[in-house]
Design a protein around this ligand. Structure first.
Ligand SMILES: [Zn+2]
Length: 417
């Protein structure tokens, strides 16, 4: 086998010729050219007449062991009729405007799925900015284009980054448990962009959306997809009740500061907010004592539990009755935090009860947001939304990359066990 043929097999791109091999400053330089003779436009792929030739350029390819490998070629420029101007020609080993071969880019993305920034940049010897651009290109190439075509049940949530100064809106497919869309911003306008992308047919196909009670998303859903059943996340409802309990506790604490009664509620915060089945025996005893030492706070606790219990019912009629009872009690409770909560929940009653028939929460979306938080924290350069969105698609968008596996050769006998 000739060396150039061997080198082409090593590069693994069949539509190129290796025309020369040389060793330069501890790197292997392969002079290459596309197999096709007539140049094609790098932007649209159309054949186009050559215009002139640019200087030599290098593309980083996968290393051979410890040896770094570059492909070298002087690309032509073409006068493209379709794009209407002079463009650099297309090369078969890399994307337009990339300095890395596709195989190399896929290796980078594979590592970025599982490793942190420092490890990736050290292992592959490229800058973090380059990793960001590579991830965006790989996502563009490998993302499932049909992911929006079958959407029926979606979860919508916001994700904050840069210490709650910036936001992303993420949309998850409940059935594949993957992120299908993300964009900068939050609220009605951002979600409206998603509906525009989906188009009328896609919107018509949607059946259900889980959200928390954030106003913006409700507005966009009501305006752009009024047929979609909105299900409020039950855990968000319960969190609001917990916030109300805590508000009651703090108010009582302020009123009683320094008195003996105050010491009775000291250290009660976590006991009040815990799920009852997670309470230790000692904690349960303290809660029981609260019945006598502070009736108001105990009432707040019972209200929170009553609202949670209403959503445990499997039958809608029972759940509605329990929820209505709970809300009526909250209204009469003389606890301002709960009076206010009851007003909010009553406004959204049907969408809260939708959980009982659909049995679906925003848990998947929140789980994905937790992954995203890890990604952002792994210092994946979250200065702007774009690299973060690309990382989100790469890590939780269902993109499967495999490390390049050496092809099994027919010349080599299978190893004996
Ligand atoms: Zn073109």
């Amino acid at each position: 086998m000739r060396v150039t043929t061997l080198m082409r097999r090593l590069v693994g791109v069949m539509s190129l010729f290796v025309v020369g091999v040389r060793w330069d400053a501890n790197t292997l330089i392969l002079a290459v050219r596309p197999r096709w003779l007539k140049p094609r436009c790098g932007e649209c792929g159309e054949r186009a007449p050559g215009y002139d030739r640019k200087g030599l350029r290098r593309w980083r390819a996968l290393s051979y062991g410890r040896v770094r490998v570059f492909l070298e070629y002087a690309p032509r420029r073409v006068a493209c009729g379709r794009c209407g101007g002079v463009r650099v020609e297309k090369v078969p080993w890399a994307d337009h405007a990339s300095w890395f071969t596709r195989d190399f880019e896929e290796r980078v993305a594979y590592h970025a799925q599982v490793m942190d920034k420092t490890a990736v940049t050290k292992l592959l010897g490229i800058s973090w900015e380059a990793v960001g651009a590579i991830v965006s290109r790989v996502v563009e190439r490998t993302m499932d284009e049909d992911r929006l075509g079958t959407l029926q049940r979606i979860g919508i949530d916001e994700f904050s980054y840069r210490k709650h100064h910036r936001y992303l809106t993420t949309v998850v497919d409940h059935d594949t448990r993957r992120v299908v869309w993300a964009a900068k911003g939050r609220g009605a306008d951002t979600l409206a962009e998603f509906f525009s992308l989906l188009g009328p047919d896609g919107v018509a196909r949607l059946k259900l959306a889980t959200i928390d009670m954030a106003g913006g998303y409700i507005k966009a859903l009501e305006e752009r997809a009024p047929h979609v059943k909105i299900v409020f996340d039950r855990f968000h409802v319960q969190r609001l009740a917990s916030v109300a309990v805590d508000e009651v506790r703090r108010k009582i604490w302020r009123e009683m500061k320094g008195t003996k009664a105050a010491s009775a509620i000291k250290g009660m915060r976590f006991i009040l907010l815990k799920n009852p089945w997670n309470l230790s025996r000692k904690e349960r005893r303290r809660l029981a004592e609260l019945q006598h030492t502070n009736r108001r706070l105990y009432r707040a606790y019972l209200l929170k539990e009553a609202l949670a219990a209403a959503l445990d019912y499997k039958q809608l009629s029972r759940a509605s009755r329990a929820l209505d009872d709970g809300l009526a009690w909250a209204t009469r409770s003389k606890l301002p935090a709960f009076v206010k909560l009851a007003r909010t929940l009553r406004k959204h009653r049907d969408r809260i009860l939708a959980y009982v028939t659909e049995r679906i929460t925003n848990g998947v979306v929140e789980g994905i947001n937790n992954r995203l938080r890890t990604i952002a924290r792994r210092s994946y350069g979250v200065h702007s939304a774009e690299p973060l969105i690309a990382m989100l698609h790469l890590c939780v968008g269902g993109i499967e990359l495999n490390p390049p596996v050496p092809a099994r050769s027919s010349a080599m006998p299978p190893t004996q066990p």
